[in-house]
Design a binder for this molecule. Structure first.
Ligand code: C5P
Length: 231
């Protein structure tokens, strides 16, 4: 029996809909939300602002260890984030920042620097953890592990629509190429590569809408945690 607060992990590649699902789950359950990708994005942004090379493992890890961050769930936005007390806007979600994040995320010292910080999000009444290695490395004893997949084309398409909706300039071909590169780097890296935990529930969302993904998640939460999530 786990004496710690319950955790549901949601892992998968970029553009698969994890953020939308996690935001909804955290609001429905009234649980905390860990957007671990944002930690890597903030690390990359903070490193670039300090003119560090993204391969400078020692210094980027120091930046990661010293980040002052706060996550605020918001029904209108995916999530609001403060860095050093100041709210960060769209720069955090840009593809440029996503690619930079994927570079610093490949550095073992950076991952180590962020590990405890991520585990500290596990507080009552519970945590929804969104990322790549939530079920494999950060919360190996999670109460429920979900892993979402979707074809690369579908993910590029979804990310394109998200960006255009937000008024961010985007090119579908460039986006598809960048997503493929990021997937490759995330899946091939030596530390905490993107892969489902052995005990994860895997769902291919290529042909599923948001309602289908939510229904699958609700059924698993009801089965495994005996909690009824309102649709
Ligand atoms: O999920 P998001 O697109 O915000 O993540 C940005 C990058 O951060 C990913 O491409 C990945 O390289 C890295 N990341 C990671 N481990 C996590 C979450 C994100 O390596 N748990």
């Amino acid at each position: 029996m786990n004496s710690q607060a319950p955790v549901i992990t949601v892992d998968g590649p970029s553009g698969v809909g994890k953020g939308t699902l996690c935001q909804w789950l955290a609001l429905r359950l009234g649980w905390h939300l860990l957007d671990s990708g944002a930690l890597y994005r903030l690390t990359a942004l903070a490193a670039l602002r300090r003119n560090l090379a993204l391969q400078d493992e020692t210094h980027v890890a120091l930046v990661a260890a010293a980040l002052d961050i706060e996550f605020i769930p918001d029904p209108d936005n995916l999530v609001r984030i403060r860095l050093d007390g100041t709210e960060i806007g769209d720069a955090l979600r840009s593809e440029t920042t996503g690619n930079a994040a994927s570079q610093v995320a490949a550095l073992p010292a950076v991952r180590t620097a962020l590990l405890e910080r991520q585990r500290n999000f596990r507080q009552a009444p519970g945590l929804i953890a969104d990322g790549r290695d939530m079920g494999t490395v950060v919360f190996p004893d999670a109460d429920l592990k979900l892993f979402l997949t979707a074809s690369a084309g579908k993910r590029a398409d979804r990310r394109y629509k998200q960006l255009i909706e937000k008024g961010v300039d985007a090119n579908l071909d460039i986006l598809a190429k960048e997503i493929a590169e990021r997937d490759e780097r995330d899946a091939q890296r030596a530390v905490a590569p993107l892969k489902p935990a052995a005990d994860a529930e895997v769902l291919d969302t290529t042909l599923l809408g948001i309602a289908g993904v939510r229904a699958w998640t609700r059924a698993l939460i009801s089965q495994r945690l005996k909690i009824r999530v309102i649709p």
